[in-house]
Design a protein around this ligand. Structure first.
Ligand code: NIG
Ligand code: FE
Length: 401
């Protein structure tokens, strides 16, 4: 059990709704962590006597934030697709490459061929880079197996990341990423396989089920069948919704009271109103727009609709080989119409809310002792210095990494 006192904090982002402004910023702050959890937060001048003797970290006047919560990643995979990326830079489209059996299918082939330890080693390197960039909780999806054995292997690897590294992992079963090449002529048989044996094997390894419900992937009817089966297995629901076109996926997410609807590039005002009413969070992924050279989702309109907004990397080998949440915050502030403070909130408390995690994303008594110390006196430098290694130190459950 770890104790830590972080003091001399120039600007402490608490996300505490009981304090002023969206981020509840405390100037001249300190945080006391006892047994891995935040025990006290406030102006250093008021630090109670019992916490003065804790092991100390001098923030040197820098800004301190809650650890980032990356609520949408495909961190476990084998191989890379830089060749495909280059072909897209020369004019081929994502959909063309996928329809020709490349794209996700090439990652599926590489992932099926990789041993469990290999998958773990590659994912662990990425997870360490995420930690270095301040991510202390990460959601990880399967979805590059598309058969029972490999989907289960991916989820075991994801869970092992959370056990062996100082990062908390929330696992999501994404057997319905795309229809595998083997089942192109018999889609229904693949949906049957997911709803039966795959969910039986994978549900015990995951907290959520996700479906890529879009023009190039699963229909709304197929997604509904899969998500209802997942619900019967006790899984929470997430949905890759209306990224490539508007197929009604956001509306389905709301109808099933999903925890999140992700992407939402083509969501309408009606879709957003349904999500708001259902309490479904919007997980926005600007690194995809950046890497695909596509228009950004309108973060301003989505935030103003009253939906809970989360930001995530979508780290994957195809559409966003991006691991840094500060970079995602910078993109959202520069290109999606969110203020820097809104983007920071979405990358911390928004992500935690979308994952149903009530004990993180904020620095309040009782929350896990996950903190990010910036190499900057102000959080406003995150979009201002977009290529900086802006994270100077990370505390995970009170341990400085
Ligand atoms: O979230 N949209 C579907 N899945 C990923 C892309 C996966 C891939 O291309 O490998 C995404 O963007
Ligand atoms: Fe994704």
């Amino acid at each position: 059990m770890t104790d830590l006192l972080v003091f001399n904090v120039g600007e402490l982002v608490t996300n505490d709704p009981a304090r002023d402004g969206l981020l509840g910023v405390v100037a001249g702050g300190a945080v006391a962590i006892v047994d891995e959890r935040v025990a006290w937060v406030g102006e250093e001048i008021g630090l109670p006597e019992p916490y003065r003797g804790l092991p100390r970290l001098d923030a040197g006047g820098a800004a301190v934030l809650p650890g980032f919560v990356d609520a949408h990643t495909h961190l476990v995979f084998a191989g890379d697709r830089s060749d495909e990326f280059d072909r897209r830079l020369r004019g081929e489209t994502y959909e063309e490459i996928l329809a020709a059996g490349g794209g996700i299918h090439s990652t599926v082939a590489a992932t099926r061929a990789a041993a469990e330890d290999e998958l773990f080693d590659e994912a662990a390197v990425r997870a360490w880079r995420m930690l270095t960039n301040g991510t202390t909780t990460v959601e990880i999806k399967s979805g590059y197996g598309l058969d029972l054995e490999t989907e289960a292997r991916m989820l075991r690897v994801a869970n092992r990341i959370g056990r062996d590294l100082p990062i908390d992992v929330v696992s999501t079963f994404l057997g319905a990423h795309v229809v595998p090449l083997s089942h192109r002529a018999e889609r229904d048989a693949y949906v049957d396989l997911i709803c039966g044996p795959m969910l039986d094997a994978c549900a015990p390894l995951a907290r959520f089920c996700d479906v890529f419900c879009d023009e190039a992937a699963f229909t709304v009817a197929e997604a509904r069948r899969i998500l209802e089966a997942a619900q019967r297995h006790g899984l929470g629901l997430r949905l890759h919704a209306d990224q490539l076109g508007r197929v009604g996926a956001a509306s389905l997410a709301a109808d099933l009271s999903a925890a999140s609807a992700d992407h939402l590039d083509h969501a309408t005002d009606t879709d957003l109103e349904e999500l708001r009413a259902a309490g479904t969070a919007a997980v926005l992924l600007p690194a995809v727009s950046f890497s695909m050279r596509l228009p950004y989702p309108d973060g301003r309109r989505i935030w103003d609709s009253g939906v809970t907004v989360a930001l995530a990397t979508d780290c994957n080998p195809g559409t966003a080989h991006v691991e840094s949440m500060p970079f995602v915050v910078a993109l959202a502030a520069l290109h999606m119409g969110l203020t820097t403070d809104e983007a920071i909130w979405a990358a911390t408390l928004g992500g935690a809310t979308s994952l149903g995690l009530a004990d993180r994303g904020a620095v309040v008594p009782g929350s896990v002792g996950d903190l990010v110390l910036l190499d900057a006196p102000s959080r406003l430098q995150i979009p201002y210095r977009p290529d900086a290694d802006i994270v100077a130190a990370v505390a995970k459950r009170g341990t400085v990494l």
